[in-house]
Design a binder for this molecule. Sequence first.
Ligand SMILES: Cc1cc2nc3c(=O)[nH]c(=O)nc-3n(C[C@H](O)[C@H](O)[C@H](O)COP(=O)(O)OP(=O)(O)OC[C@H]3O[C@@H](n4cnc5c(N)ncnc54)[C@H](O)[C@@H]3O)c2cc1C
Length: 442
Amino acid sequence: MDMIDHSAHALSAPRQNWARNITFAARRLHTPASVAELQDIVAAGSAIRALGTGHSFNTVADTHGELVSVAGLPRAVEIDRAARTATVSAGLRFGEFTGELHRNGFALHNLGSLPHISVAGACATGTHGSGVANRALAGAVCALEFVTADGALVKTGRGDADFPGTVVSLGALGVVTRVTLDLVPAFEIQQWVYEGLPQDQLLDRFDEVMSEAYSVSLFTSWRDDPVDQVWLKRRTGEGGRGAAPHRWLGATLADGPRHPVPGMPARHCTEQQGTPGPWYARLPHFRLEFTPSNGDELQSEYFVDRRDAAAAYGALNRIRERIAPLLQIGEIRTVAADDLWLSPAQGRDSVAFHFTWVPDTAAVTPVVTAVEEALAPFAARPHWGKVFTTPPATLRGLYDHYTDFERLTERLDPTGTFRNDFLTRHFPRTDGGGPERAETVG
Ligand SMILES: Cc1cc2nc3c(=O)[nH]c(=O)nc-3n(C[C@H](O)[C@H](O)[C@H](O)COP(=O)(O)OP(=O)(O)OC[C@H]3O[C@@H](n4cnc5c(N)ncnc54)[C@H](O)[C@@H]3O)c2cc1C
C-alpha cells in the first residue's frame, strides 16, 4: 500500500503508517519536485519531519507540523565504478534500484526483509538484514546530502568527525536528499529453508548455525522446542550451487517453498529450494511485486551482544507462555558491529530478536515490556522503527554516543524544526525542546 500520493506538491497528510497503528498528527504532506523547492519548504517551516514509506511502527516519523517526502525529487542512480559507490535519491525504495546495480555488475552488501522501504527511512532507523559479517544497511552509507533547518544543503562523508552521528539520524538532523552507498561485486544467492531445528542444537552451536550461510534467519513461534524454520541464503561459489543435504543438525530440508508466518502463502516470498538468483531477489524474504501482508501486525526487535545469544534466548524462553499467544512469528538474525552512533549494532556484533505481533496494541504492549525486562540484563537496544517501551533513561545508558547525538541535534537544529514528540521523549532538551512538547502516551 503506497501511503503517499505524488500528484501534487502539497497534499493533505497521509493518515496512517503502513501498519495503521499510528494515525499521523501532521497537518499536511509536501512532495517537492526539486531540491530548491525542498529547501524553501524546510526554511519556511517551524515543525517539519521527513516521511519515507511509512513502514515504521511508532511515531518516529510523525509531527504536529508538516511532513515532507523526497520521493518526488528527480530520480538519481549514479554509479561510480572506480570508487565502487552508487549515489541514489534518498526516497527510492531499495526495490526500485537494486536491479540496476546488478545489471551494472554491482551489489549492496545486504538488504532487509522487505524491498519496499526507502533508503533514507531504512538508514535513519538502523534497519538491517542478517549475516554474521553483514552490518546494518546504514553501514554501507559513505556520504549523505541533507537539507538542514535553515534550508542549507549540506554534504558529509566518512572521515568527517560527525559523520557517524548523521547516518542513523532518526530524521532529527535534516531531510536527506541523496545517499552514497558502498558497492560490492554482484553475486548470486541460493536460498534453502530447513524445518525443525532442535533447540539444543541451536543453543550449543549458535555461532555455527548463524555462520552456515551468508545470511541466516531463524523463525520461531516460541511455541515448541524446535525452531520452526531456518532460512539459509548462501552465496553461490561459497559451497553454493549444490544440492543441500536432506538433514542438517537435526533439521529437515523443506519439501516446498515456505512463508515464515504459518498459513501465509509462500508465493509472496523470494524464491527458495536452492534456485540461484541475484542478490536483490534472494536477500529480502519478500518479493517486491507482493505486499507481504496487509499491515495487520505490529513489530518489535531487540539487539543484544552476540556473545549473549544463548543466554538471551533462554531468558525469552522463560516467558514464552506470554509471548506465544500474541505472536505471529519471531525471527532471530545477526548484525555485524558498526561505528554509527545510534545504530543498535554500534560497537558490538549483535543478535537481533524480532517479534511480529498480532495487531492489538493494548494486549501487546505489556508483553513488549516483559520482553524488555527479560532482556534487560543484556543491555538490549530496541529497533528505532518498531514498538518499544524502553524508558528514555534506560535508552540513554545503552548508547556510548547518546550525548554526542544530542549535541549534534542541538548544533544542526538549534530551533527544533525537526523535533517531534518521539525525539522529545527520548532525547529531552533542558530547554523543553522546540516546537513540540512531551508525548502523553507511553
Ligand atoms: C513488513 C515490514 C518488514 C520490515 N522488515 C525489516 C527488516 O527486515 N529489518 C529491519 O531492520 N527493519 C524492518 N522493518 C522496519 C523498517 O525497515 C523501518 O521502520 C524503516 O525505517 C522503514 O523505512 P521507511 O522508509 O518506511 O521510513 P519511515 O517509517 O517513513 O520513517 C522512519 C524514519 O526515517 C526518517 N526519514 C525518512 N525519510 C527521511 C529523509 N529523506 N531524510 C531524513 N529522515 C528520513 C523519518 O523521519 C523517520 O524518523 C520492517 C517493517 C515492515 C513494515
